[in-house]
Design a protein around this ligand. Structure first.
Ligand SMILES: NC(=O)c1ccc[n+]([C@@H]2O[C@H](COP(=O)([O-])OP(=O)(O)OC[C@H]3O[C@@H](n4cnc5c(N)ncnc54)[C@H](O)[C@@H]3O)[C@@H](O)[C@H]2O)c1
Length: 327
């Protein structure tokens, strides 16, 4: 089978491509396991040189907002699709029209292309905890907590979740969605996500760089390590559709941690490494948005479905050091 990862040149896409390349197989549209013969990363941006995380994948440049470009890669019935391509939170706040094109029209274009191959292929869409907002996030958010997103990004992802439900209900696409907690530790450069501080407070000190954190130290957010996140996306692709039921979105299991928790974990794990210094200087724009996001997830449904989960931040940092600092 072929696997297409939209937004595949992004951070999670690369990690996913790497894991799928190593695995070599995935549950196909007919529910049986099939060997993967091609991995295509569809992205607006083509990185210079090869993708070190996913050397066997092919990168195809294209815009999710252009239906023909999307259909050109989602082009055979034995296909699995991971739809990760998106404008993220900070970008959506700055560019309302671009958010609509990439995230709403783009998601519809991907679902339409998947429908057109005629085999009701499996598709995993990545949504966000930003689909929740306002007073509903004061208690731990479960899969069926009312969504009341307070950002354009959250609204666009919520629309994507509803599209996923309806394409699945109609039998067009065996679609599912994973509502991701903040994925840490993001390697390389930050993207436009307003949650990017959660990676930076670990990544920059480990690189010996001082970092000014834009949210108060007590800011709490559900997080997930990238290895666990990729495990959840693959598990979501392989789950029996009946186990998910008609509401196709599952919260991935988040691990709630504050900036203070993360800095303490970094101290424990870093040993005698010399670390850059983190200071707090809250940026009202970032703090306003992040304070409206969930602080904790109710992980009962993901546990019932058997999704992997992180046990502590220390292990997440150790994984990052293994893969990106010491490698
Ligand atoms: N990383 C997180 O903490 C997090 C949390 C919640 C949800 N998510 C979701 O998970 C997915 C992957 O996140 P990520 O951290 O890898 O993000 P990322 O920014 O690293 O990657 C997203 C990719 O999408 C591409 N893209 C954007 N607009 C496009 C367009 N119009 N056409 C084609 N490609 C386009 C970008 O070039 C980028 O490479 C996204 O959908 C994001 O919304 C991520």
């Amino acid at each position: 089978m072929k696997v297409v990862i939209t937004g595949g040149a992004g951070f999670v896409g690369r990690r996913l491509a790497r894991a799928l390349g190593a695995r070599g197989e995935l549950t196909g549209p007919d529910g049986t396991r099939q060997a993967i013969d091609e991995i295509v990363l569809f992205d607006a941006v083509v990185p210079d040189g090869t993708l070190s995380e996913a050397p066997d994948a092919t990168v195809v440049q294209g815009d999710l907002g252009d239906p023909a470009s999307v259909a050109a890669v989602i082009d055979r019935p034995d296909i699995g699709i991971f739809h990760l391509g998106a404008m993220v939170s900070g970008g959506c706040e700055e560019d309302f029209d671009g958010a609509w094109r990439a995230n709403v029209e783009g998601t519809r274009n991907v679902l339409e292309a998947a429908r057109a191959v005629g085999s009701a292929p499996r598709l995993v869409f990545t949504s966000t905890m930003g689909a929740f907002g306002g007073d509903h996030v004061r208690a731990p958010v479960g899969d069926f907590t009312k969504q009341s997103p307070q950002t354009t990004y959250g609204v666009s992802k919520s629309i994507g979740e509803l599209l996923v439900n309806d394409y699945a209900r109609k039998g067009f696409v065996d679609a599912r969605a994973a509502r991701l907690a903040t994925v840490i530790v993001r390697a390389g450069k930050p993207n436009m996500a307003l949650s990017s501080y959660a990676s930076a407070v670990i990544r920059e000190p480990l690189a010996g760089i001082d970092y000014v954190c834009p949210v108060p130290a007590e800011t709490n957010m559900p997080m997930i390590g990238y290895e666990t996140c990729v495990g959840c996306l693959i598990a979501m692709a392989e789950l029996d559709g009946d186990a998910i039921g008609p509401d196709r979105t599952v919260n991935v299991p988040g691990l709630s941690a504050s900036v203070t928790d993360m800095l303490e974990a970094l101290q424990r794990v870093a040993g005698d490494r010399s670390l850059g210094k983190v200071t707090i200087d809250a940026d009202p724009r970032v703090a306003k948005v992040t304070s409206g996001w969930p602080q904790e997830t109710d992980n009962r449904r993901s546990a019932q479905l058997g999704l992997p989960k992180d046990h502590n931040v220390d292990t997440i940092i150790e994984t990052y050091i293994r893969d990106y600092v010491d490698a």
